[in-house]
Design a protein around this ligand. Structure first.
Ligand code: HT7
Ligand code: ZN
Length: 889
């Protein structure tokens, strides 16, 4: 595939003032007529008029009413070039498209009960000819026509302005969006749907109709989504002073969708997974995810829609900022500590490996082959961390001023990341020139911190060094002749110092006249920098990077005693958790070595101190303020993938064995407190997904998970009983996931009964597929292959592919990385089958090969063979070609 460069950006040659679309849906095809009022861009290049168009059959083309002939235009390579366009004109096109054949789910496509659109990033060009780039903003009007009985609901962005009936039992409706927008925010729907309606009165008194549209029969699963929407509207007013600007805010749920949801202006389209929830069908995590995704899409209305991206290289401008905003919302409406811990876990599990792998890129990449490959953990999650660092460095109030200034300057514009940083700099007065390196450098920096205590001077010194890993991104930049000057980052280190009793010490840096508080935000700017604290009586334990204040790897030589101390006393929830994760990582890596040397089973590598710390932790759940949800997080050991990142050459079998051995040892040693907690945490109250109850359930299910590791009939009976008496999906799936790992006769019975009960609830069947795909039992790879032939599986449905196949590849490393290559072969078979149907989803599966070079030569040979097999496929999509090409580089 050819590469597109940020340096080649030029403003559009022509602008569109208004778009009138007319979409007539018929059986098997649709006609799309468009009327574009266009004019030359005074700030653009003196270039020809070029429109994008993909898989469109051109029926007619008129300029100012004159039909253009073969010599007037050229339609080739997905571009329509019109020779000699005037300064201002009306361009009319009619195209025929085939939404029923659109398996890519980009553009206008069919899904079960109707027709839906997905236009980000470049789907609008699959609906009609258009300058499909985010810096062309226009006012849209859209008329839909379809069969009245089959598709009674006709929706588009903005406000309904007219509707009526037509011959042949057809009807039509026209919608008008009062705001100019880029084409990627266009949406329309023609479907048979049920609707639940509510309203929200904004702080200035505007009444907004809130509506959630779902497949018929699912209205009882919409309450949470609509409540989440109203909560989000209130939060954005309270925290950022941002009001909803439309009269209608609609969410439409669709079962076939490539990603989570889409923020189309006033007409969000959502994956059903992030809308539908009922206590018996959705888990606590599902409820929380719905809150977050609804909020995320809603927050885009300002950060993304009112102010949008100049080009797709600026994607993090809207995504990083909006993820940051939904994270803040999550911290405010759920538990702040638990929310932040979960984010750190995601960052480490998904973004750190990406930043160390073949697809490494900065949050604003300089080049891409396929933009759909850049909706990544880096752009989203690291992007959010970068915004969080600005927030930490300048403080909450200055951040709010910066946001106000950003909207004052750029409302209605398509802008760059520089524009955002400039607003933050101007509002705060803090020079962010160096900070901008976060936008252009790839890789996770390592912070090497060393401490020294001098009893004579009562000084405690922290020496900090920034170390950068080399990434393939730099090689690509160099090969392309693009300079990549590496330099130190500007970042916040939030810290505290704990004395031997776990008390926080007052902090006074050399040169300061007195101590100010016991937690400080240090600004690191140099490659090597020293911070000296005064009036310290005894060597403290440093609590560094509190709240995970920067997306870095911290290298500090903590002793086991230090970590146990932090686990017990650190006032920062993230660092209490982090201490436990560090300790567990050290122990597990020792366990890996022991298993490699054949001594793993003895478990001599598991220190008693750790078991005692975990026992204390479990006890803390019942102490006022201890928090079951936080304890549940602390009980989760680092994942096999995260452990793999710590090894030079990954040994997935030894990692799996060590982790399992540690879980079994903890289960044995803590059997009594685990059982006690399990029984004590039982909640008889009616189900609520809210924090306190969900936290108790999380801990109770974590205890159950450990108890299931005991190779005992009574423990198995407990798990089976948990399944049989579960009053909600959280408990039910927790038991099923535990049973799926056990080679016991009840396994099949439980899986079968679960399927029979839920076979008609697609999202619950997804969970059923997922617990089987992530089972540790031998034979899982064959089971997954068999499940691909099961009646419930459909390779055209992204949720099914993600639940069965991505879960297998990404969350079952022991089987995916099987030395015999069976996991890689399965993945490659799927990618090859999927690529012609849905390249975006195929490419996401292909990403699971990213880290293949970290494995031993035997596995590398197997992985390479499959990657080369994929690369050799004729007509491979640009999506998969880019991922596989970079992996093999
Ligand atoms: N902005 C949305 C991105 C998105 C998307 C991108 C490519 C292909 C399909 C897609 N569906 C949604 C989602 C978001 O970040 O809010
Ligand atoms: Zn987003």
């Amino acid at each position: 595939p050819s590469t597109i460069y940020l340096k080649d950006y030029t403003p559009p040659a022509y602008l569109v003032d208004s778009v009138a679309l007319d979409i007539a849906i018929h059986v098997g095809f649709a006609f799309v007529s468009s009327r574009l009022t266009m004019r030359r861009n005074p700030a653009g290049a003196d270039a020809a008029l070029v429109l994008n168009g993909e898989d469109l059959q051109l029926e007619s083309l008129k300029l100012d009413g004159r039909t253009l002939g073969a010599n007037d235009f050229l339609y080739a390579d997905d571009l329509l070039t019109i020779h000699q366009a005037p300064e201002a004109f009306l361009l009319e096109t009619v195209v025929r498209i085939e939404p029923d054949q659109n398996t890519q789910l980009s553009g206008l496509y069919r899904s079960k009960d109707g027709y839906f659109t997905q236009c980000e990033a470049q789907g609008f060009r699959r609906i009609t000819f258009y300058p499909d780039r985010p810096d062309v903003l226009a006012k849209f009007e859209c008329t839909l026509h379809a069969d009245k009985t089959a598709f009674p609901i006709l929706l588009a962005n903005g406000n309904p302005v007219a509707s009526g009936s037509e011959d042949d039992n057809r009807h039509w409706a026209t919608w008008e969006d009062p705001f100019a927008k880029p084409a990627y925010l266009f949406a329309c729907v023609a479907a048979k749907l049920d609707v639940i309606e509510d309203h929200y009165v904004t702080s200035s008194g505007r009444r907004v109709r809130c509506a959630v549209y779902v497949e018929p029969g699912k209205l009882d699963q919409c309450d949470h989504a609509i409540a989440a929407l109203k909560k989000s509207m209130k939060w954005d007013e309270d925290v950022f002073g941002l009001e909803m600007d439309l009269d209608h805010y609609m969410i439409v749920a669709v079962g076939d969708f490539n990603m989570g949801a889409m923020e189309n202006k006033g007409l969000n389209i959502f994956n059903t997974k992030y809308v539908l929830a009922r206590p018996d069908t959705a888990t606590d995590t599902d409820y929380q995810n719905i809150d977050r995704v609804v909020a995320h899409e809603y927050f885009h209305n300002w950060t993304g829609n009112r102010v949008t991206c100049r080009d797709w290289f600026q994607l993090s401008l809207k995504e990083g900022l909006t993820v940051f905003r939904d994270q803040q919302f999550g911290m405010d409406v759920h538990s702040a500590g638990v929310t932040r811990i979960q984010e750190v876990r995601t960052l480490r599990a998904a973004q750190f490996p990406e930043d160390a792998g073949p697809m490494a890129h900065p949050i604003r990449p300089e080049s891409y082959a396929e933009i759909n490959n850049f909706y990544t953990a880096t752009v989203y999650e690291k992007g959010a961390e970068v915004i969080r660092m600005i927030h930490t460095l300048i403080g909450k109030d200055a951040f709010r001023k910066g946001m106000d200034l950003y909207f004052a300057r750029h409302d209605g514009q398509a802008v760059t990341c520089e524009d955002f940083v400039a607003a933050m700099q101007d509002a705060s007065g803090l020079d962010l020139t160096q900070f901008k390196r976060w936008y252009s450098q790839a890789g996770t920096p390592r912070l090497v911190v060393r401490s020294r205590f001098d009893a004579a001077t009562r000084r405690y010194t922290l020496e900090v060094e920034q170390v950068f890993a080399h990434t393939p991104y730099e090689d690509r930049m160099a090969a392309d002749g693009l300079p990549q000057a590496r330099g130190p980052y500007h970042l916040p280190i939030v810290l505290g110092l704990l004395d031997a009793d776990g008390r926080e010490l007052p902090l006074q840096l050399v040169g300061e006249s007195n101590a100010t508080g016991s937690q400080r935000t240090l600004q690191l700017r140099e490659a090597q920098q020293t911070f000296i604290f005064e009036n310290i009586d005894a060597e403290p334990v440093p609590s560094l990077l509190r709240g995970f204040s920067a997306p870095v790897v911290l290298d500090y030589p903590y002793s086991t005693a230090d970590l146990v101390h932090l686990m017990a006393y650190d006032r920062d929830a993230v660092n209490r958790w982090e201490a436990g994760q560090r300790l567990a990582t050290d122990i597990l890596l020792a366990g890996v070595t022991a298993f490699q040397q054949g001594t793993g089973e003895t478990t001599g590598w598991i220190p008693q101190d750790y078991i005692l710390a975990m026992a204390r932790l479990l006890g803390a759940a019942f102490v006022e303020g201890g928090g079951p949800a936080l304890v549940a997080e602390a009980l989760v050991l680092p994942s096999e993938n995260v452990l793999a990142e710590q090894m030079g050459v990954v040994d997935p079998d030894a990692i799996h064995a060590a982790r399992l051995a540690l879980r079994r040892t903890l289960a044995r040693e803590l059997r009594e407190p685990l059982l006690a907690a399990y029984f004590e945490l039982k909640d008889e109250a009616p189900y609520s997904p809210e924090g306190a109850q969900a936290g108790k359930r999380a801990l109770r299910n974590a205890c159950l998970g450990y108890l299931a590791e005991l190779n005992e009939l009574s423990a198995q009976a407990l798990v089976i009983g948990h399944f049989e008496t579960a009053g909600n999906m959280t408990d039910s799936i927790a038991a099923l996931a535990a049973v799926a790992n056990l080679d016991i006769p009840a396994r099949h019975a439980l899986l079968d009964s679960f399927y029979s009960k839920w076979r008609d609830e697609a999202l619950v069947v997804d969970k059923w597929l997922q617990v089987q795909a992530t089972s540790r039992l031998p034979g899982t790879t064959q089971d997954v292959r068999a499940l691909m032939a099961h009646e419930s599986f459909d390779i055209r449905n992204p949720n099914k592919v993600y639940s069965l196949l991505r879960a297998f590849c990404a969350a079952n490393p022991q089987h995916f990385h099987a030395a015999d290559g069976s996991g890689y072969k399965l993945a490659a078979d799927v990618i090859l089958q999927l690529d012609p149907l849905n390249p975006q989803v195929a490419s996401r599966i292909a990403r699971t090969f990213d880290r293949w070079k970290k494995f031993d030569p035997v596995r590398q040979r197997q992985a390479r063979a499959q990657l080369e097999r994929i690369r050799a496929q004729e007509n491979l999509s640009s999506d998969v070609a880019e991922v596989v090409g970079k992996a093999l580089d």
